[in-house]
Design a protein around this ligand. Structure first.
Ligand SMILES: Nc1ncnc2c1ncn2[C@@H]1O[C@H](COP(=O)(O)OP(=O)(O)O)[C@@H](O)[C@H]1O
Ligand SMILES: [Mg+2]
Length: 220
């Protein structure tokens, strides 16, 4: 089932005449884990920001369940979980606990329920010991996991993850990929953007290469 679709997306940053995305078409389905690889500067992070509705393309459209995403915002925001390449870009709370609880507090969920959900997600990601720490003081691998926790906690249907394996040890990486496989098996729509070639060792459904703003399907 088609969940998020990018149709002929052309994007360039203001004050630049060079297009970063050049006619990108991408269809993301339920129960699928897609990986987009590509060298630095090929447009991977930009592509995720457009897919999440955080950047507006000059031409083309992003569809959520067949309807333009921009007409469904901000309500649809809760269906989308995006983590940024630099996790610090999304941290602004004093503690890891507050960071992870933030989205649920926005939804005015009772604090007792929030505590249970935060506990569950930090156990899954092995970051229980970080709850009282300030997010900006964590190591790279810890930041990546806290960023993921702050998204997984509200159980979005779609996960858009920018370089989620960055800074992770081989063990942590393999645990993360298995977690993503499980989430996919539970019906999530997941995109991982990375230049880490190891991720294709896992059970990936679709794999793409982004090269200088052009997206190629590389799944044979
Ligand atoms: N905020 C920005 N303003 C202007 N140019 C940008 C901005 N962010 C990225 N770019 C440029 O867009 C291109 C693609 O960047 P990016 O999407 O970050 O690629 P990737 O994630 O594959 O490394 C690069 O040339 C980069 O310099
Ligand atoms: Mg990037």
């Amino acid at each position: 089932m088609e969940v998020l679709t990018l149709k002929d997306i052309w994007f360039r940053y203001p004050a630049s005449d060079e297009y970063v995305l050049k006619g990108v078409n991408l269809r993301l389905n339920k129960y699928e884990l897609s990986v987009i690889r590509g060298p630095n500067g090929s447009g991977k992070s930009t592509l995720l920001l457009v897919a999440a509705g955080l950047l507006t393309p000059e031409k083309g459209e992003v569809l959520l369940y067949g309807k333009p995403l921009n007409t469904q915002l901000p309500q649809a925001r809760i269906k989308l979980g995006i983590t940024f390449q630099d996790p610090e870009d999304q941290f602004f709370n004093a503690t890891v606990y507050d960071e992870i609880a933030f989205a649920l507090r926005q939804l005015r969920i009772p604090e007792g329920i929030i505590r249970n959900k935060v506990t569950e997600v930090v156990e899954t990601l092995n970051i229980m010991h970080l709850l009282n720490r300030p997010p900006y003081k964590l190591s790279g691998g810890e930041k990546v996991r806290v960023a993921l926790a702050s998204v997984l906690v509200y159980d979005p249907e779609i996960l858009l993850l920018d370089e989620p394996t960055a800074y992770l040890t081989t063990n942590a990486k393999s645990e993360l990929m298995k977690l993503l496989e499980n989430l996919r098996d539970c019906g999530k729509t997941i995109v991982v953007v990375t230049n880490d070639s190891e991720v294709i060792k896992y059970r990936i459904d679709e794999s793409y290469l982004l090269d200088n703003g052009v997206l190629y399907n590389t799944k044979t």
